[in-house]
Design a protein around this ligand. Structure first.
Ligand SMILES: *Cc1c(COP(=O)(O)O)cnc(C)c1O
Length: 471
């Protein structure tokens, strides 16, 4: 399997390069050149009733081609999902007539990011051993990616990881999940600045070709195609459990960077019978606006009680643009340049029509988020987190408007309620408890380095603490 860039000016790459590089050299995002090979009804029936890890290996092998030995791949997915605390890995819970919740928060760091990153960490180690080299992973986080990446890389001999977070601007649980991990290859840095400052520092290091080469820099942010491929898996297991390939289902996805819901589109292209992919936004509703109007216009980020979706530039949207324009990289590049130059681009109505259906979109503000946490609790006794509540609220709006009665609507529950205890307590008066493996989180000692918002000091720190330079 070969991968090409959405901007059309990087050379085609194999699975291993795509895994290690993340972003293509021309600034575009990798997508498969062809395929992947879709499942027919028989192929899907063969997946029914199998273990989550087995389905994951089967789906991932369609993206890896012959780059990774199938037995090794099966072992990697088995190890990755063995650490999840629910035996079903991604259980489905019914919350209404035709209404389901897909719980994606039973991984080690309690958010859906674990589904991809647990596997990614092991794939990295495998490929780096094979190539006898090392990498330095650098990333910025505003929330859940940092802890999921640290958990995936801790203790792996071939990689060091440096995660920057804005000092004082991530939730306490989110900070503790990162800073209480003690492993010689894990380095947390609190930057005196905002999340945007952190991201700008990371970008600047990647743009410094000499430093990038010297340190063998690598990124694990959500533009990495392998993360998308691994998120395809739970769309399959959920739809199969509710009757696929013989019955269609719809999904509603609380969205920020557009990675998770884009994986739903990939599942559809692989033959899964999906009726609607509902994109749910909080007050930062750029995705909803662009899907409803075709105009993508940047606005200020406004802080909400679902902070992992407080995003204005949804990087993965570029992949949707590529598919909408039938793989015309010139048109994608032109739109992305408009965005960089003028802060806005407009999508041709015909291109928009090509993705509607399956895509529909809706938004939900903080007040509706809180009332949805309360109504789900009153109706079912289930406590959901604010991100999942945005999804349920928007799914319910759609179910009222749509003539899709009888089609199951599956809302993705993207985080555990204990990650956002303040919002949950405001909604229902109950502070959700952390699961057993994190129960003493607040008593664990923290380790991190505080640095100013200054590139040379940061580079000096990374050079002094990474051990990739000789590799
Ligand atoms: C990352 C995240 C999202 C947004 O997912 P995208 O793939 O960026 O659209 C939603 N909810 C939670 C809890 C997250 O951590």
């Amino acid at each position: 399997m070969r991968y090409i860039s959405t901007r059309g000016r990087a050379k085609a790459s194999g699975f291993e390069e795509v895994l290690l590089a993340g972003l293509a050299e021309d600034g575009g995002l990798y997508v498969p050149e062809h395929g992947p090979e879709p499942f027919d009804a028989e192929g899907m029936r063969r997946l029914q009733g199998r273990d989550y890890a087995e389905v994951a290996a089967e789906i991932l092998s369609r993206f890896a081609g012959d780059a990774i030995d199938p037995d090794r791949l099966a072992e990697i997915t088995r190890e990755s999902y063995a650490g999840f605390t629910h035996r079903a890995v991604a259980p489905l819970v019914q919350i209404g007539t035709d209404e389901w919740l897909l719980e994606l928060f039973h991984g080690p760091t309690l958010a859906f990011k674990d589904f991809a990153l647990q596997v990614l960490g092991r794939l990295y180690q495998h490929v780096l051993e094979k190539r006898n080299t090392r990498v330095t992973i650098v990333g910025a986080t505003s929330g859940d990616t940092g802890s999921a990446a640290i958990e995936a890389i801790r203790g792996r001999s071939r990689a060091s990881i440096f995660i920057l977070h804005p000092a004082g601007k991530v939730s306490e649980v989110q900070r503790l999940q990162m800073t209480t991990v003690h492993a010689p290859n894990v380095h947390n840095i609190a930057i005196d600045g905002t999340f945007d400052d952190c991201q700008a520092l990371v970008k600047a290091m990647f743009n410094d070709a000499a430093f990038r080469k010297e340190m063998h820099l690598s990124g694990v942010n959500s533009i990495n195609w392998v993360r998308i491929a691994l998120q395809v898996v739970y769309y399959f297991t959920a739809a199969l459990a509710l009757g696929a390939p013989d019955r269609k289902v719809s999904f509603c996805v609380p969205s920020g960077n557009f990675g998770n819901v884009f994986a739903g589109l990939v599942a559809l292209r692989m033959g899964l019978p999906i009726s609607r992919l509902v994109v749910a936004s909080n007050e930062n509703d750029i995705l909803t606006r662009v899907l409803c109007t075709g105009e993508h216009r940047l606005a200020e980020v406004c802080p909400t009680i679902s902070p992992s979706m407080d995003i204005q530039i949804s990087s993965n949207f570029e992949r949707l643009l590529f598919y909408m324009h039938e793989g015309d990289a010139k048109q994608v590049s032109a739109l992305m340049h408009d965005l960089a130059d003028k802060g806005v681009f407009r999508i041709d109505p015909q291109a928009m029509d090509s993705i509607r259906p399956p895509f529909v979109a809706g938004r939900c503000d903080d007040a509706q988020t809180l009332s949805t946490i309360a109504s789900v609790f009153a109706e079912t006794g289930l406590v959901i987190d604010p991100h999942s509540a945005v999804g349920v609220a928007v799914a319910r709006q759609r179910m009222k408007e749509d003539d899709e009665a009888g089609t199951p609507m599956i809302s993705l529950a993207t985080a555990h309620p204990a990650k956002f205890p303040d919002a949950v307590e405001r909604a229902i008066g109950i502070r959700p408890a952390l699961p057993a493996h994190l129960a003493d989180l607040h008593r664990r000692p923290e380790h991190y380095t505080s640095l100013p918002n200054d590139l040379p000091s940061l580079m000096h720190h990374i050079r002094a603490h990474a051990d990739a330079a000789q590799g």
